[in-house]
Design a protein around this ligand. Structure first.
Ligand SMILES: [Zn+2]
Length: 497
């Protein structure tokens, strides 16, 4: 097989496997009764999942043999090997997770038979693949605004799982209708809990765990600051004592605040079926500690007690908290020049990290590509290295900058960090959708090979979105592709439709 053919086939795979070798020879035909052999250490669920997948992907039932093999998991819990010859497909993995990754790769690689009007079947070219992720945590951070339809969230979860992300942090912006305290949700903008619950279950089916987020420091408005909206106080002045007078941060000296926040986070945690992580936000708490009672206290002590309380609450349940990094570092400190930090000198929070438990996961969001000078090969990412050096598990969190995604992926792999959490905020559409679900997917699985968004990889993404649409029976114009509209797409997919 020549280089041109290898490139065509490799461009279909998002992410690109760690080792991929195409061989000459006849193709394997994905026909009824074709031979598939799977070797796994743990056979639980593998046969059923494989048969379901073959039916869904190619409309066939293979002659499937699943065998226990104590040596099959040498690439770790998520790794796998594939061998394709004219006669058979073999897959080796530790268990179900690795097999699911292998099946996703096979689907991306398979090509439809040629020469007929209608689809008659699919084939795979002979090859061998050895594959495993460069980091354990590969996440996307997805926001659900009052304007976001849940079908769009489902599409993002499906494509994230198809591109081998294994976590999705879900931040609902003032629209989760809490049973414990219904007033902490827009009265006229509630999401449908049954539909959201379906997504929690869908995530499990697809191999991507949904992690809830609730902001426990700033962003207490549950609304973008630039809009002046407040999900609670816009309608209800009676709840003002729970917030600092400006409404942006929670009042940390008021014991009622903690009581209510405990109810809210526990309700969310249980709704998401008690996942292993919970994201407590904590970014951009700019005017924290401004009320009469808070401003007389030592802010560092207030924040420390607040975070440690929620750390312990979740630790008792075996769950670890994730928090944004920015309030723990101080603006004006030369060590962070060019990098995002949000602590103000008057906050005096720069030493707070020393008093925090070291199992808190620091999510270091750095959205630029700040090289020291033009000739520097890469940014230094000093904030990430700092938290790692202080003993915290760290997630690198890029947003829209492709160079940043690539560089941070390499950093996470080289420094053996916990992983990457790609953020999306209100811009998970249009060209940026491809950056998020191509470039960040490459960066978090196999950052050494990251073609980014090219014409070829964008077309591969479009094919993947179509395949997922076939799975779910999409039949509405606005639900196809990744933009609702072709002309003047604006900031859709957010809409009230
Ligand atoms: Zn206060």
């Amino acid at each position: 097989m020549n280089e041109h053919e290898v490139k065509i086939l490799t461009d279909r795979l998002i992410p690109v496997p760690q080792e991929l070798k195409f061989n000459d020879g006849n193709e394997f035909l994905l026909n009824e009764g074709c031979t598939v052999q799977i070797f796994v250490e743990d056979t639980a669920g593998v046969e059923q999942k494989t048969l379901e997948s073959f039916r869904l992907f190619w409309g066939i039932t293979p002659a499937l043999a699943v065998a226990a093999d104590a040596a099959a998991g040498k690439h770790g819990a998520e790794g796998y090997e594939i061998g394709i010859s004219e006669k058979e497909i073999t897959v080796k993995a530790a268990g179900m997770t690795g097999v699911m990754h292998a099946l996703k790769t096979l689907r991306q690689l398979a090509e439809v038979q040629r020469g007929t009007e209608r689809t008659q079947g699919y084939f795979l070219v002979p090859c061998t693949i050895k594959d495993f992720p460069a980091m354990a945590f590969r996440g996307v951070h997805i926001c659900v605004f009052p304007e976001t339809p849940l079908w769009d969230i489902e599409r993002q979860i499906r494509i994230a799982a198809y591109h081998k992300f294994n976590y999705a942090v879900i931040e609902t912006w003032g629209i989760f209708p809490f049973g414990s305290h219904p007033e902490f949700c827009w009265a006229d903008m509630k999401l449908d809990k049954k539909e959201l619950k379906k997504l929690v279950r869908l995530g499990k089916e697809l191999g991507i765990t949904l992690i809830p987020q609730f902001n426990l420091l700033g962003h207490a408005t549950a609304s973008r600051s630039i809009t002046g909206k407040h999900a609670v106080l816009s309608y209800d002045p009676s709840l003002q004592p729970l917030f600092e007078p400006e409404g942006w941060t929670w009042c940390l000296t008021n014991p009622e605040t903690r009581r209510i926040l405990t109810d809210l986070v526990m309700e969310l945690y249980e709704f998401y079926d008690c996942p292993p992580f919970f994201h407590i936000g904590c970014d951009e708490a700019d005017n924290i500690g401004t009320c009469r009672d808070c401003r007389k206290k030592v802010l560092k002590d207030l924040v420390k007690e607040h975070i440690c309380y929620f750390h312990d609450l979740f630790a008792q349940k075996g769950t670890r908290i994730i928090m944004w990094h920015d309030m723990l570092l101080t603006k004006g400190d030369e060590r962070w020049n060019g990098y995002i930090v949000c602590g103000l000198p008057e906050h005096r929070l720069g030493e707070l990290y020393k008093e925090l438990p070291r199992d808190i996961i620091i999510a270091d969001w750095q959205y630029g590509y700040p090289k020291a000078d033009e000739n520097a090969p890469e940014p230094q990412w000093p904030t990430t290295k700092f938290f790692k050096g202080e003993g915290f598990p760290v997630l690198v969190c890029p947003w829209l900058t492709q160079d940043g995604m690539k560089s941070l992926g390499n950093l996470a792999a080289d420094e053996k960090l916990l992983g990457m959490l790609e953020t999306t905020w209100h811009i998970s559409h249009d060209r940026n959708f491809a950056h998020i679900f191509c470039t960040a997917a490459y960066a978090s699985w196999n950052p050494a090979v990251n073609p980014g968004v090219t014409l070829a990889t964008r077309l591969a993404l479009a094919q993947h979105i179509r395949q997922l649409g076939w799975d779910t029976g999409v039949d509405e114009y606005i639900k196809t592709g990744w933009n609702q509209y072709q002309v003047d797409p604006g900031h859709h997919p957010h809409t009230n439709v």
